[in-house]
Each structure stands twice: as C-alpha cells, then as structure tokens.
Ligand binder design. Structure first.
Ligand code: ARG
Length: 470
C-alpha cells in the first residue's frame, strides 16, 4: 500500500516490559502474542481512559499538573491524527495500549513516560472494554428499536388481516398478522432490557485496580470513575482485573437476539414457500439461482439464521476460555475480545439487514385469510360458545370435537353444519352459533389483555411504538 507522505508511521516500539530481558523476543512469538488487530478498535476508549487517569494524577499531585495537561493534549493530538489518517497503527506493537503509550513517549519524551503511573494494562484493558461497550451497546439497541418500530408500523396496517395462528406448525386458532408481528416485537423489547441489565451491572470502573493489588500512590478512583461516567469504582482490585462476567452477559444477550432473529427468519423462509406464500420478499432482498432461472430465494433470511451458530460459538469460546482461570489476570483473557466483537458485529449487521428485508416485504393477505378456513381453527370458539350457555368446558370440548369429527367425515367446515345437525350434537346450540364461527368473529371476541382482537392489538402497538421512541 502506498503511503501518504504526511502520514506519520507510529511504528516499532519495544515492548513496554523489555527492560528485564537481555534478548529481544522471537519475531514469530511477537506475531503470536499481539492483540492489536483486535483491540485497535478501542483506541479512542483507551485514550479517554488515559486522559481521565492523568487528570487525576495531576490533581492528586502524583505528577505535576502542567505535565498532566501536556499528556492530555498530546493524547488529543494522537486521537486527531488517528482519526484523520495522519498516524498509522503499528501492527507489530503488542496491543493498543502499548502503541499509544509508545507514540506518546515519542512525542513527549520523559513526560509521556508518566502516563502509566499507578496503572497496569490489566486494569486498563478491563476499563477499555467497558468504555467500548458503554457506547457500542446503545448503538445496537437503536437497531433493535428501529426493528421494533418497523414491526409496529407493519402491524398497524394489519390489525384486521386475519391469519391462522399455529401450534406444532398445525393450524390452531385465528389471529391477525398484526398480533403475530407484535409477538416478535416483544422478544426484542426483552432483548433491550437484557442489554440494559448487563450494562447496569458492568457500570463500575476498574481503573486504579492496578495489576491486581491497587496502588500505594494516592490515586482517586472515585474521581476517574465519575469522569468516565461510571456509577462508582469497583470494590476489589483482584476482582476488577479478573472479572469478565460483563462480556459473558452481553454475549449471552447477543446470542438471544440472534436466536430471535433466527427463529423469525425460519418463519420467513417457510412463509415465502409456494406452499404458504404468506410473504413475498422484495427482489432487492432476494437472490436467484445459477441454474434454475425461475428461482427467487430467501438467502438473507437463511444467512441470518446461519450466522446464529457463530454467535453461539462466540459465547462458548468465552465461557470455555474463562472456566479454568485462577485469580486474577491471566493472559488467556486477551482472547476475550475477538468473540465479543464478532458477536456484536454479527448481531449488529443482522439487525440492519433483517429490518430492511422485512420492511420491504409484501404480505399476501388473501392467502393468510385462507389459512383460517379448512383447519377447524374455530373449534375452540364453538366450545367457548357452549361454555357461555352454561356447559362445563370439558363437556363442551367433547361436543365440539364431535362436530369436528362429523365435518372431517363430510369434508366440510364447522360453519357448514346445519342447525339440525348441530341440534343432534347438543340441544344448547342455536342459530346464534353461526355468529361466533367466522374467523373474524373468533378474533374479535378475544379481547383479553394481550389477545388478538384489533382493539387490544392497537394497545400493544402503541406501547411498542412508545418503547421504540424512548
Ligand atoms: N493485551 C492484553 C489483553 O488484551 C492486556 C495486557 C495485559 N497483559 C499482560 N501481560 N499483563 O488482555
């Protein structure tokens, strides 16, 4: 790659710990142990953490205040240079912390060497990860909320669009498309809550925990925690550098989001078959076949479903990496970032793709309505009708089942049985039975909180929309 002349090469600093060693490390060993390709994405968080640390060192008179200011300003210039592409990352550096400290020292000499006073990379990395997630998770939550809003918008157009609800993939009871889509949206609401919970629990600053045992210098950990927007500093220095629960909680929440998307995608794949034909994905979000000219395939839904394995794998990689680690920091923990970032990136991109795919799909309302006919999905409503006339439910269930059996034998639907035939099944049945049998009547009657009737679904939609705009 040709380099712009004004670009400063940030390169080739000795490892921060080289002083104890007579020999330099083997080149292959350096390549093996570096994490900079993965942790470079936390560069600005690292800088922010260092600035808070140094400001505190100055205020506590651990280093002169004017030098603290020089370091803060220089870190600002490093940030600018990285942002503007004027400074190249040196990929032979051990990690992003080493790289930034190296550049700082190149620029400030001895003053730069004071940045790491009272700090270790062990508390530094634990801090950077938290800072990174504190601003990245809200971005992912925005995508969740956009999807919730998209589903609520589609739902608001379909509160009267009848379709069969399914259990065991068998026609069960009539619902509406709106009700069905809201069900997916509620899962995503809980997903937001899980991310919030995880963030709340990790919202404590490990900075100042040092390598594992705090510091003999008069650090003000409350000050750095407050400046960086944490609730408080963590309460045990060993726990501060060895805890990765927050990564596991977040990756597990990401796994659940991906699982929800995957289930939804499975349904979309089924719904776009010729057999179902409930949904037609837009051509922009479909693919064709290299041999079969007629094909229009739901590849995006399949790819999202397929990427779920990767996200689960990330969670398992983390859990397994952590399971045998004694207190406190162990280098194994450097391997924590790749799975978390991979899970984040995967879920983030899948949410974006899924939202555009579903938002541009068209819904085959006639096909959906047809699914309410022919499967005797109103049999429970016939039983409820008899319950309203005073019959015990278990008896009513039997009566309705008798009616269904006769319909199956005759190849007709419950609404086609004559009153005479009904009377033979139960004296309690009257002409008003025909009012409660159409799918629309079944849905309209189900007005219990959370039920599929248009009025109650309207309530769901407004709660969902309010949540999405919060
Ligand atoms: N790069 C390391 C990590 O990501 C942080 C540095 C701690 N290294 C160490 N040798 N104590 O976990």
């Amino acid at each position: 790659m040709s380099k712009n002349k004004s670009v400063i090469d940030g390169g080739n600093h000795a490892a921060l710990w080289h002083g104890r060693f007579k020999e330099g490390p083997d080149a292959e060993a350096v390549a093996f142990e570096t994490s900079i390709h993965v942790d470079e994405r936390m560069a600005f968080d690292d800088i922010r953490g260092s600035q808070a640390h140094v400001r505190m060192l100055g205020k506590q008179k651990i280093i002169p205040e004017n030098e603290a200011q020089q370091i803060i300003d220089c870190l600002d210039s490093i940030k600018d240079d990285l942002e503007n592409g004027k400074l190249n990352i040196d990929y032979t550096a051990e990690d992003i912390h080493s790289f930034i400290e190296g550049v700082l020292t190149d620029r400030l000499g001895d003053v730069g060497k004071k940045v790491h006073t009272g700090r270790s990379r062990n508390d530094q990395i634990a801090l950077d990860e938290r800072l990174y997630l504190k601003h990245s998770i809200p971005e992912l939550k925005m995508r969740l909320k956009t999807l919730i809003n998209t589903l609520a918008d589609i739902a608001s157009e379909h509160t009267e669009s009848l379709m069969s609800g399914y259990t065991h993939m068998q026609r069960a009871q009539p619902v509406t498309l709106a009700h069905h889509l809201c069900a997916w949206a509620w899962m995503l609401v809980r997903d937001c809550g899980r991310l919030d919970d995880a963030i709340k629990r990790m919202d404590f600053s490990p900075l100042g925990a040092g390598a594992l045992a705090g510091s003999g210098l008069p650090l003000d950990r409350e000050m750095t925690a407050a400046e960086l927007g944490f609730i408080a500093p963590t309460q045990n220095s060993l726990d501060s550098v060895s805890d990765r629960d927050f990564l596991l909680e977040i990756t597990s929440a990401l796994g659940l989001i991906q699982m929800h998307l995957s289930r939804f995608c499975e349904e979309i794949v089924i719904w776009s078959t010729e057999e179902f034909k409930f949904i037609s994905l837009s051509e922009r979000w479909s693919t064709g076949s290299s041999i079969m000219p007629q094909k229009k395939n739901p590849d995006f839904a399949e790819l999202i479903r397929g990427r779920t394995g990767k996200v689960y794998g990330d969670l398992f990689a983390l859990m397994t990496m952590m399971k045998g680690l004694p207190l406190s920091y162990d280098r194994d923990m450097q391997e924590d970032k790749e799975p978390v970032f991979d899970a984040y990136d995967t879920v983030y991109s899948c949410l974006g793709i899924f939202t555009r795919m579903i938002g541009s799909a068209s819904w085959n309302i006639d096909r959906m309505e047809q699914s309410c006919i022919g499967g005797h999905a109103n049999a429970t409503d016939l039983a409820d009708y008899l319950v309203k006339k005073g019959m015990p439910f278990r008896t009513a269930h039997g009566v309705s089942a008798t009616a269904v059996r006769q319909c199956i034998e005759k190849g007709i639907n419950l609404e086609d049985l004559s009153l005479e035939e009904y009377k033979k099944i139960s004296e309690l049945i009257d002409t008003d039975v025909y009012d409660c049998l159409p799918a629309k009547a079944c849905v309209d009657a189900r007005q219990t909180t959370g039920g599929p009737a248009a009025v109650t679904v309207q309530t769901q939609i407004s709660v969902l929309k309010k949540f999405a705009c919060m």
